[in-house]
Design a protein around this ligand. Structure first.
Ligand code: FAD
Ligand code: NAP
Length: 335
């Protein structure tokens, strides 16, 4: 059966893919969720926040729930910390800005990441040396099968680099309702990463506060990353690979300038560098391309299909594998 045209997901994904859902339903309360589950099985449901980490490659034969849970509250406070709960449909960057305005530290490096608060735990969002797990206290999740609300702490979520149980065995099983973050009243700034300190130095800021760091992060990101409202994208398409020390040493012989960072189980290589070395930076085939300023970001210039972007990602994976013997893994969720 062809899908009716009024269920387009185009407004709900930052790649701007014009695919059809079986049904689109806005969800703002547990009652809304329960009434959907009176009609549909959990397996028929997909959850969408800001749609900034999804590549839709075909029509979605599922009921797509658009998260509109709203609200925030201060849960408790002691001399050092404050615990703030955000409903899952709240915009992430607005939540960060609100915390910065209150003087609550810990989120400033995570400024300007698109999407919702409820999606932040899914891939343990991270940027500039900070990850969600560093400030995470707990979340409330609605189990779609049992219709019970569960509280999960960091240990339950198995956070790792761009990963959590919600991308593994708990995938598709829960609707995250809220997150509670533990923020600092006496922030320790992390300015060592990716040009933050040099930007502060250039501006003559000797004793930065959390607002200074947030503003520098916002400025760097605006200068490097394409705005999805102008060019469709979902941020970094691939994860940065962590390779064994032995492979790194052999690559260093052939590529003495290969950039690297120490990682938990080996050596992290920036995927953007690998992709650039293979000649993809700025590549364009029709409306599918690799961003000219950031090779990790695949873009839809206008009319590319999800399959066009996916096919381009396959070619990139193959060429990096052939040139470096490294398997790139997609970060974006493929639907
Ligand atoms: P969506 O794309 O809507 O959903 C992502 C996944 O989470 C889907 O599988 C969805 O089903 C699931 N999901 C969403 N909400 C819920 C919920 N309430 N309960 C259960 N499951 C849910 N990511 C980073 O980590 N760091 C960055 O610096 C970063 N920069 C970006 C820059 C740009 C320009 C763009 C476009 C993206 C960037 N991203 C980054 C990726 C993305 O913004 C984040 O992963 C973000 O958390 C996704 O939020 P979302 O609400 O858009 O999730
Ligand atoms: P960048 O600062 O130019 O750095 C390039 C790469 O080197 C990044 O992949 C980063 O790894 C790594 N790196 C830089 N300094 C490091 C350090 N001191 N220690 C360890 N690793 C270091 O990167 P960028 O593209 O402009 O992005 C800046 C930050 O925003 C990065 O943290 C990036 O992950 C994040 N970001 C994420 C997305 C997304 O969609 N996931 C999109 C845009 C930006 P890491 O990526 O592991 O941090």
């Amino acid at each position: 059966m062809p899908h009716p045209k009024n269920n387009s997901l185009r407004p709900y994904n930052t790649f701007g893919m014009d695919v059809q859902a079986r049904k689109v339903i806005r969800i703002a309360s547990i009652e809304d969720l329960k009434s959907v589950l009176q009609i549909h099985r959990p397996q028929e449901i997909r959850i969408i926040g800001g749609g900034s980490n999804i590549l839709m490659t075909k029509n979605i034969d599922a009921v797509c729930l658009i998260n509109q849970f709203s609200g925030k509250s201060i849960v408790r406070r002691d001399d050092e910390h404050v615990w703030v709960r955000f409903a899952s449909g709240e915009n992430w960057h607005e939540a960060v800005q609100w915390c910065v305005n209150q003087g609550f530290g810990g989120l400033e490096n995570l400024s300007l990441i698109p999407g919702t608060c409820g999606a932040a735990p899914i891939q343990n969002i991270g940027a500039y040396g900070v990850e969600l797990k560093d400030v995470f206290d707990s979340l409330e999740a609605f189990h779609l099968e049992s219709q019970q609300i569960e509280i999960m702490h960091a240990d339950d979520c198995h956070f790792a680099y761009r990963d959590s149980i919600f991308k593994q065995h708990a995938k598709g099983k829960y609707f995250i309702l809220s997150i509670t973050l533990r923020l600092s009243l006496h922030p320790n700034l992390n300015t060592s990463y990716g040009g933050i300190q040099s930007a502060l130095d250039n501006q003559g800021i000797l004793n930065p506060n959390i607002r200074d760091v947030a503003e520098v992060v916002i400025a760097i990101r605006k200068s490097k990353l394409p705005d999805p409202l102008i060019i469709g994208n979902a941020g970094s398409f691939f994860k940065n690979p962590v390779i064994p020390e032995s492979l790194f040493q052999s690559l260093q012989k052939t590529h003495p300038h290969i950039p690297s960072f120490p990682a938990k189980d080996g050596v992290k290589i920036p995927a953007a560098w690998l992709i650039e070395q293979c000649g993809w930076k700025g590549f364009r085939d029709g409306d599918a391309g690799v961003h000219p300023h950031q090779a990790l970001v695949l873009v839809n210039y206008h009319q590319a299909s999800g399959m066009d972007i996916f096919a381009l990602s396959e070619k990139i994976i193959t060429s990096v594998q052939q040139a470096f013997n490294i398997s790139l893994e997609r970060e974006v969720n493929i639907w």
